[in-house]
Design a protein around this ligand. Sequence first.
Ligand code: NI
Length: 153
Amino acid sequence: MEVRKDLKFLRQKSEPVLEIDGSIRDLVDQMVDVIDLERGAGLAAPQVGVLKRLVLVRFEDNEIVPFINPIILERGSEKDIVEEGCLSLPDQLVNVKRPTYVRVRFLDIEGNTIECDLEGLEARIIQHEIDHLNGTLIIDYISLVDKIKKIFN
Ligand code: NI
């Protein structure tokens, strides 16, 4: 399984997972292999060519957790700016401003509805991955000032 880098594909919106069947479980297994191989912090299904609302997040203890149909229920008012990379955009690092806290609802691999609070790096990763499900990429966060600097460099 290769990481997709074609922007036209990555710009598409992903569809909800309607049933957690064998094909979804296989997809999760394959995505775990990819994230391990690529040493990624997170991975979204569209990055491996599947337009389904499914992402993986690597937690700080190194555990890789699948989030199926994730939605952000709540965002903290505090934000910070951190430089992010993306396996689909290997040559880009972009400063992205995001809330430092989010509350997320998702299905686990058994189909249980889970709600969890994420902070810091994990909050950042899940927001980056949910962006992928909506066709949003880190390059969309490049500020106008940085774009102009790039042109004149
Ligand atoms: Ni990414």
